[in-house]
Each structure stands twice: as structure tokens, then as C-alpha cells.
Write a protein that binds this ligand. Structure first.
Ligand code: FAD
Ligand code: SF4
Ligand code: SF4
Length: 313
């Protein structure tokens, strides 16, 4: 991908800032516009298990987004030397998303929490791949790009943990909201979505709540045309929708994911119970809805890109 093409995708809102082409310096075609059409028909990956999970570590539960499953698994894999490093995301000053290569188990905790902001996670992939056993935690778009890059990676085992994702937000949203509600963006300690409200938690204890409907303009077209709620190209997928408070929904997608998950369960770092089929079906229903709506946006994107002479497969 040359810079000109990336500029076009950015101007059309089709670049999710996944960072893949910045790392590869030439990723053709962009994995966020050349999405397998099958995902629009069937966005549900094959699964080997569906669970409700929760960390058993009180320190993790204090800082994590939901049940701390992701942080607990990553920390355990580093502690037990199953993995050498993890590519995670931290939030820096001025709400800057910072991809981090983490090797020390205790540093995993400083990356806990969901950052509702487009983040160029994969810019740091090259550094991570200098190791032999690597964990990557990311959104479906990050993992979609990683699945393409991975084809050319030799002698490195990658454990892929994906987050469920409905959509993301532009950084400008936080600037606008900080002006409207009179807060400093560096005072944001947590952000999250519950019952169609976006919540911003501030260091002084105040919580700002905004109906999601009012924030639609801050969601880029790349999310509108993204068919994946549940990441397909991963070993383990983790979310929280329809889970009890401070718990996760965890889907196991691969044999590797199953092995990792079983070790975590046996070691006692997470509590695990089976997910009720009705709850699972409710999540699947939303996943199908997302894919169906994304299909329309994709057709529009194809037209837009044709006008710019960018080929979409
Ligand atoms: C933009 C976004 C949208 C989401 N939408 C949904 C949804 O619709 N439904 C649902 O069930 N769940 C959604 N999630 C997932 C949910 O918010 C939690 O991340 C998930 O439940 C895991 O919780 P946890 O307590 O195990 O995470 P934690 O233990 O707190 O770990 C979170 C991990 O996520 C990584 N991370 C955080 N933000 C990002 C980011 N922007 N890009 C890449 N990696 C990141 C961090 O490195 C950290 O390791 C979304 C997350 C994000 C970031
Ligand atoms: S979506 Fe990712 S690969 Fe595509 S142009 Fe943007 S940063 Fe590059
Ligand atoms: S909706 Fe898709 S493109 Fe948007 S942030 Fe989530 S995974 Fe990435």
C-alpha cells in the first residue's frame, strides 16, 4: 500500500488505523477493505467452546474492563513461560494509544481496560515477532490483518486473543466531549458501554454518560462496513455482552486456544462456567445483524473506491 492509497482510505474513513501497512510498509491489498465476502453471510466462526469467565485475581479485577479474563490469561502465559512477550495496548498522555511489547507479567496489568479509540497496534508487530512465542491481543480488524501477515511468518508461534467489537470512536470525540462536559482528557481513567450508553469515568469519581445514538458521527466507515462482532481469526475471543457484571463471555476457536484455555482453567487463574445456549444465540443474533448492516456499507465503499481507482476484491 503506498502512502497515496492509504491517504485515500483515511479520507474516506475506511482506514481503521490498524497499523498493518505501516509495519509491512506494503500490505496489498488493505485487509480492512478486502474482507472475505463470506464473513458478511456467516460472521460466526467455528467454535470449540463458549463460557462465562472471570479472573480470580483481585488486583486484576480492580483495573480490568469486565472480568479481567484477557489480562489474567496473558499474565499467566508470561508467568509460566508459555509465551515470551505480548503485544498489548496502553493509553498514554493526551489519549494517545500506545502499542506495547510486554515481557514482565506485572506489566500486563498496566495495559488492562478497553480503549475505545482507533489504535495502530500492529506497528509494533515486527518488534514482537523477534520472539519465538508471541501473544497478540487486538480487535477483529487487527486480527484480520494479522492473519494475512502471519502467512509469511516462519518459526514464530502466535497466540491470538481477540476482543468482540461493535464499533470504535475517533479521538476527536473525546476532545469535543471534554469541551462540552468540561473535563481534561488526561483525567479519563476508564471508558465503557452499558445499555446503549457510552460512559467515561474520570479520576475525580465523576461519570459522564452519553447515549450512543448521539455519538454516531464519531464512528468511521471502516466500522460500518466491518462484518465481525466476534473476531474470526483468533484462538480465543473475549467480550462481555449479556455477561453478568464484571464477567466475560469467552469463545474458544482453535485447538491452540483450547489448550491455552484449559491450562488457565486448571491453574485456577480464571473461574469458568458454561455459557447458556440462549445467551450465546443472542450474541450470534447481534453478530448476524452487524454483518447484514455492514454488507450495505461495503457495497457503498466499493463504489466510492472505484471512483478513486482503488480495487476492492
Ligand atoms: C473498541 C472496542 C469495542 C468493543 N466492543 C465490544 C462489544 O460490542 N461487545 C463486547 O462484548 N465486547 C466489546 N469489547 C470488548 C470489551 O470491552 C472487553 O475488552 C472484553 O470484554 C475483555 O474484558 P477483560 O476484562 O477481559 O479485559 P482486560 O483484562 O481489561 O484487557 C483488555 C485488553 O484489551 C486490549 N485493548 C484495549 N483496547 C484496545 C484497542 N482499542 N485495540 C486493541 N487492543 C485493545 C488491552 O491490551 C488489554 O490487554 C470492545 C472493546 C473495544 C476496545
Ligand atoms: S486499515 Fe490498516 S492496513 Fe489498511 S490502510 Fe489503514 S493502517 Fe493500513
Ligand atoms: S468495528 Fe471492526 S473495523 Fe471497527 S474497530 Fe471494531 S474491529 Fe475494527
Amino acid at each position: 500500500m503506498n502512502i497515496e492509497k492509504r491517504k485515500i482510505l483515511t479520507s474516506l474513513g475506511l482506514c481503521s488505523n490498524c497499523g498493518a501497512c505501516i509495519y509491512t510498509r506494503d500490505l496489498r491489498p488493505c485487509p480492512q477493505i478486502n474482507i472475505d465476502v463470506k464473513l458478511y453471510e456467516n460472521p460466526i466462526p467455528n467454535m470449540r467452546g463458549s463460557f462465562i469467565t472471570r479472573s480470580t485475581d483481585s488486583k486484576i479485577l480492580e483495573v480490568c474492563q469486565d472480568g479481567g479474563t484477557v489480562t489474567s490469561i496473558v499474565k499467566y502465559l508470561l508467568e509460566s513461560k508459555i509465551a515470551d512477550c505480548a503485544l498489548l495496548l496502553k493509553l498514554g498522555k493526551n489519549l494517545t494509544p500506545i502499542p506495547m511489547i510486554v515481557t514482565r507479567p506485572d506489566d500486563v496489568i498496566s495495559c488492562a481496560g478497553s480503549k475505545y479509540i482507533y489504535a495502530p497496534l500492529l506497528t509494533k508487530l515486527g518488534e514482537a515477532l523477534k520472539n519465538k512465542r508471541v501473544i497478540v491481543v487486538g480487535l477483529p480488524c487487527h486480527m484480520r490483518a494479522l492473519s494475512i501477515i502471519e502467512r509469511d511468518v516462519k518459526d514464530v508461534n502466535i497466540i491470538k486473543i481477540g476482543l468482540l467489537c461493535s464499533h470504535n470512536f475517533k479521538r476527536e470525540m473525546y476532545i469535543d466531549l471534554s469541551k462540552k462536559f468540561n473535563f481534561n482528557i488526561d483525567d479519563i481513567v476508564k471508558m465503557g458501554i452499558k445499555k446503549n450508553m457510552f460512559k467515561i469515568f474520570l479520576s475525580n469519581g465523576n461519570v459522564i454518560e452519553i447515549p450512543l445514538k448521539e455519538l454516531e458521527n464519531y464512528v468511521l466507515r471502516c466500522c460500518r462496513q466491518c462484518p465481525e462482532l466476534i473476531p474470526n481469526y483468533v484462538d480465543i475471543a473475549v467480550g462481555s455482552m449479556f455477561a453478568p457484571d464484571k464477567h466475560n463471555i469467552t469463545f474458544i476457536l482453535s485447538k491452540l486456544g483450547e489448550e491455552v484455555f484449559e491450562r488457565c482453567r486448571e491453574s485456577g487463574i480464571i473461574d469458568v462456567r458454561d455459557l447458556d445456549n440462549n445467551v450465546r444465540d443472542r450474541i450470534f443474533k447481534i453478530a448476524y445483524k452487524k454483518a447484514e448492516s455492514a454488507r450495505k456499507f461495503r457495497d457503498e465503499s466499493v463504489m466510492l473506491l472505484k471512483n478513486h481507482e482503488v480495487i476492492i476484491t
